[in-house]
Design a protein around this ligand. Structure first.
Ligand SMILES: CC/C=C\C/C=C\CCC/C=C/CC(=O)SCCNC(=O)CCNC(=O)[C@H](O)C(C)(C)COP(=O)(O)OP(=O)(O)OC[C@H]1O[C@@H](n2cnc3c(N)ncnc32)[C@H](O)[C@@H]1OP(=O)(O)O
Length: 319
């Protein structure tokens, strides 16, 4: 019974049309022709393979930034991020993630999704800071819309989603992990919404997400202080659900999804949707306003100066 899951499919609504147009515009603007080709290739490949379905999506110039595999037997997909050096989320990478999320959501063979990283000691360093520093304003706005899209897709996914956090996960990396249903983390890494430490502000939907995850009081402290928690602290706060040794992170995520799969899918999905819909609807209703706020905030001289200094500090640290 647990295996028979009905899934909300993306119908050709105005939202879907807008999304397709958005993707088309991106491919034109940023030369992402390979993304489109690869997403076609994904469609063609999957029915032909027998057991492990493998999809590799790459954008022009960089191969295998995102690897997606679907285990035919269990229906569990694994999305592995591999964008060196630190899996930072730029426009192209986010676009690939969104395309993959859409495909998996619409695939009748997929019931669960694990997000993880191939880069040692890093889950995801959050947004690519270079997208926000001395930006082209059109691209900056597209970048933010694409991040909103990722959150809407992942937090609102009908799939059972788990983050296998096998490395550092600050800011946007934490957003991605908290958008999943379950988080398993290796010990000794940091996770949290550290935006204020960079002199920037986590927008309302980041704030809603952390509040939904670990409650108001702890969130207001964490958000104001921009705290990066150790894995152990994050476990105590409910930001992550389990800590296991590094080499057991993936297997634990798989086992957890199997556990969730035993619950009748329709009941689980309706419950998830009821719990998460208010936050998602809020972002939907304020989407354009949020993009304008982000643009106006990021392009302020004082914020550009702060970001410049932060980039310098990261570079110095890296030397
Ligand atoms: C009124 C308000 C209205 C609206 C809202 C407005 C605002 C803004 C909200 C914006 C939200 C932002 C969310 C974010 O995600 S911001 C990004 C935050 N991320 C971080 O702070 C992480 C920074 N990185 C690190 O802490 C470390 O790099 C990390 C722990 C991930 C890994 O450490 P490690 O020692 O392994 O590597 P490093 O030597 O530090 O780095 C290697 C190279 O990678 C570059 N790097 C690191 N992080 C980023 C990044 N996020 N983006 C781009 N590049 C990054 C780093 O500079 C090194 O590069 P090189 O020097 O080798 O070239």
């Amino acid at each position: 019974m647990g295996q028979v899951q009905s899934r909300l499919t993306i119908s050709p609504t105005p939202t879907k049309l807008a999304w397709m147009m958005h993707l088309r515009m991106l491919t034109t603007m940023h030369g992402l022709c390979e993304v489109r080709q690869c997403s076609k290739r994904w469609k063609n490949l999957c029915p032909q393979t027998k057991n492990l379905q493998k999809c590799q999506m790459s954008s022009a110039g960089s191969s295998e930034m995102l690897q997606v595999t679907v285990d035919d037997k269990s229906g569990i997909a694994t999305m592995t991020m591999c964008r060196p050096p630190v899996n930072s989320l730029n426009l192209e990478f986010l676009t690939q993630i969104n395309i993959a999320l859409e495909k998996l959501e619409n695939s009748k063979d997929c019931s669960g999704l694990i997000i993880t990283s191939k880069i040692p000691k890093i889950f995801c360093a959050g947004l690519d800071i270079m997208e926000m520093y001395q930006p082209n304003v059109d691209r900056l706005q597209e970048f933010w819309r694409t991040l909103q899209e990722m959150y809407i897709r992942l937090y609102g996914s009908q799939l059972i989603t788990a983050a296998a956090i096998n490395g550092a996960s600050p800011a946007g990396g934490c957003l991605m992990a908290m958008s999943c249903d379950y988080r398993v983390m290796a010990p000794g890494y940091k996770i949290g919404l550290n935006e204020t430490q960079l002199g920037i502000v986590a927008p309302f939907w980041f704030q809603d997400l952390i509040i939904n995850t670990m409650g108001f009081r702890q969130s207001e402290m964490a958000l104001q202080l921009g705290t990066l928690f150790t894995s152990e602290e994050a476990l105590n706060l409910g930001m992550v659900d389990k800590i296991v040794p590094q080499e057991q992170v993936m297997e634990t995520a798989i086992q957890e999804i199997h556990k969730w799969k035993k619950i009748p899918g329709f009941a689980r999905q309706i419950t998830k949707s009821a719990l998460r819909k208010p936050s998602i609807d809020k972002l939907h209703s304020k989407r354009e306003e949020d993009i304008a706020n982000f643009r106006d905030f990021i392009t302020k001289d004082s914020i550009q100066k702060t970001l410049g200094m932060y980039i310098e500090s990261l570079k110095k640290k890296a030397k």
